[in-house]
Design a protein around this ligand. Sequence first.
Ligand code: ZN
Length: 507
Amino acid sequence: MQITNDQPPRPVTPKDAAAMILLRDPDDPKVYWVKRARTLRFMASYHAFPGGQRDEADAEVPVRAAESLEDAVMRVAAIREIFEETGILIAEGVERLTASRLTELREDLCADRVSFREMLESEGLTIDPHRLIEAPRWVTPATMPRRYDTRFYAAWLPEGQDAHVIPGELEEGEWLRPHEALQRWVDGSCLIVTPIFAALQALSEDIENFTDRMFSVSQEERDHLETRVEMRYGFYLCALRTPTIPPATHTNCYIIGGDEMVVIDPGSPYPDQQAILDRNIERFIDEGRKIREILITHLHPDHIGGVNHLASKFNIPVAAHRLTADAIGDQIRVDRFIEDGELIELTEAKTGLTWRLRAMWTPGHAKGHLSLYEERTGTLITGDCVVGFGTVVIAPPEGNMREYLESLNQYLELPKLTALMPGHGPVIADARAKIEEYIAHRHERESNILKAVREGAVTLSSIVEKVYTDVPQAMHKLAEQSVLAHLEKLEDEGVVRRDGEAFFATS
Ligand SMILES: [Zn+2]
């Protein structure tokens, strides 16, 4: 992406939400986690604790001896959400109900045939807020397009009940020991966000006092952790504000590895943002790690804006594809070229793990664009080939639609794809589906562009008017670039003929 705005964006207002850390078997404690559905718009396919957004009607549920109305409402939200999502009901008097009655009530509640308050009243159940253990509250970082102010609670599984996820918003649920959950994360077989990690770590260290441990972490430290989100072990995401294209406001900088690490795309030219990354790097160095290299995915300013600062401050060499190095040579000294297929190996003694980053030359968005594929975990760093939201601009002559589609197809040939770590927006767990969606989207655009040309639209702007009806007017100038890229591909294929600024169909 390229420069279009220079104003600090206003973060999205977080919505109220509640989540529940369910525990069972005090002698051999296990925690319940769920895999979120791939269709969700927030954290799709991530592992998390059950929970969800506060409901208007949660305030109508009477709560005995609540400390404050606000607190009571959120506890009700947590209890209602886990009943809907897992079938577990934490209420006084619930032991009188049979399992089949609970199932019926859950179905009625989920189908909106009854409100939570009506259900509790009709069954003679009450809510005791003290059955829930309070855990720290977390707010989604301001860099994310969707944000929640989530209150976390913990509770022990009521006797005689068990959790059953009905596939829908959640794909599956599982009881497991906290250290087993952490091991899955270390192995790279799941994605989690900071509060989930913090809870699992505290649970695995000291289940009796895990909330005390969590509360003992300072706000400053929590804020810092949100600037290096470790959704996957050894993959740190530091999103920094950059001059990029809306709806993106930030560029994702990734720091990957163990004892040796690489920094990918330190893109922010703003000193306050560079300072955030500096603190992370200082912390890694303090931990005894070495930063081996800065890797650049491509030449755009929002991906290279912080390279010189970081390279000179910490004396780190810079590596990029030869074509990128040629293009930015007057701004940045590239110390080493990265070839297509080259392997960058980063190891960690304490875990015996290796991160095997395979460089892939993936032109299309930019001529020297590199992606990095981590072979052990199936994690793909996509640069601007695929982004977490919005679309990628393919702007000729740097951009080339045929090459772009070839690069996306190259992604699909990878043996294992478990996550896309894009240059902008959230990390995508449902990797293959996202790439297929991108390809399908381009094919659809292309056929609509061809149709518009056949129907007599001759200029770029008239084609955009016809085809980009789903895109705000302000983005139409950019869309013209992508249309041109499609037309150049169609021209190569002999389907479209160009005459100056005009385009015609040949058949
Ligand atoms: Zn770009």
